[in-house]
Design a protein around this ligand. Structure first.
Ligand SMILES: [Zn+2]
Length: 358
């Protein structure tokens, strides 16, 4: 939690600098200069695009809401005006000796596959003519089952009991009273959970579902994956669809056979559903501890052309590691000036990724 407080402190300073540069109309020229010098590829990363009118009535992880509809529209307008939105197919072709990418190339990506991607983001992308990549966890698309980490937050926010005990994490604590505190606790526990094997993570959440009688199978309108029909419609309209594993497991936290199965089966499912090969994967969770050399080798062997991490940064061309491309995460609290600063001057306005130990 201290990390979060540190980020909030840094955030207000960054916001002030971004606002000042924006007000002085310096962001556009500085961004053009920076990108002319760097000549790199920026990939922006979203999870959910959603209008949360009443945070108290929203029983899921607010950190996964990257932007409101209005905010997202303004962000896509800015990308279209100051950058050149491209597809991963263009990147793969350029790396394969095809036409080079245009200057100020940017790619818009979404992780997980929430249905607001279709309902809220897709109409805006289509209207503005901005292509995007949707990385989906195919098991969720097929089953309609809610995402486990988000369900964990949902359970913490809604369960009437007073205590949280997770022996696997050596945790036995009283649940705080307020929703704000429970959200902070949820983020901190998920952070700890991501250090243990993926099967243990799954077992802990499944056990709490039973113990607290809040089964994921019950479903919830605020936490639904997209359907294959929706993805087919988006694909036909020029959007790209990539793998985010089958069950959103951290690939580096699985045994070798299970990890390979996730990598291969998700690619096959997307290929079969869309009638087009799936060429790109993004690693669930995506930080330094979510993938390793074994994962990268398995992805290469499975036939993918490119892979994305959630590690913060931009990509030189050709990239040093095409299977661990870096991205710039967009977060809900970023206003227009901050977003312009994030993509315009990423070295100064993106969050450095933590290198977790263990
Ligand atoms: Zn994810």
């Amino acid at each position: 939690m201290s990390d979060r407080h540190l980020r909030v402190g840094r955030s207000s300073r960054r916001r002030f600098v971004a606002d000042t540069l924006h007000a002085l109309r310096l962001l556009g020229p500085l961004s053009r200069l920076r990108h002319a010098l760097a000549g790199d590829l920026c990939i922006v990363a979203y999870h959910r695009v959603l209008d949360v009118d009443d945070e108290d009535a929203f029983d899921f992880d607010l950190d996964l809401v990257s932007a409101s509809r209005t905010g997202f529209r303004a962000q896509m307008r800015l990308l279209r005006e100051r950058f050149n939105p491209v597809r991963f197919a263009d990147v793969a072709a350029a790396l394969d000796g095809g036409p080079p990418l245009p200057p100020r190339a940017v790619i818009v990506t979404f992780d997980d596959g929430y249905d607001d991607n279709y309902r809220c983001a897709f109409p805006i992308l289509r209207e503005l003519g901005v292509p995007a990549m949707f990385f989906v966890s195919t098991g969720h698309i097929e089953s309609g089952l809610a995402y486990a980490y988000d369900w964990f937050v949902h359970m913490l926010l809604t369960v009437p009991v007073q205590n949280l005990r997770i022996d696997e994490l050596d945790l036995d604590i009283d649940l705080p009273e307020t929703r704000v505190q429970r959200r902070l606790l949820g983020a901190a526990v998920l952070d700890r959970m991501k250090a243990v094997p993926a099967e243990v993570q799954g077992a802990v959440i499944a056990r709490l579902e039973v113990q607290w009688n809040i089964p994921r199978a019950r479903g919830h309108a605020d936490c639904r994956p997209m359907s294959w029909d929706q993805l087919r419609e988006m694909h036909a309209a020029g959007m790209e669809v990539g793998s985010h594993g089958v069950w959103h497991h951290m690939l580096a936290r699985l045994d070798d056979a299970s990890m390979r199965a996730e990598v291969i089966a998700s690619r096959q499912a997307i290929g079969a559903a869309l009638g087009a090969p799936c060429e790109v994967i993004s690693y669930p969770v995506g930080g330094f501890d979510a993938y390793d050399g074994q994962v990268l080798a398995a992805v290469r062997e499975a036939g993918y052309a490119l892979g994305c991490s959630y590690v913060s940064g931009t990509n030189r061309l050709p990239p040093a590691e095409p299977f661990a491309l870096r991205r710039l995460a967009v977060e809900r609290h970023m206003d227009e000036a901050w977003f312009a600063a994030l993509v315009g001057l990423p070295e100064a306005f993106s969050y450095p990724s933590r290198r977790r130990v263990g």
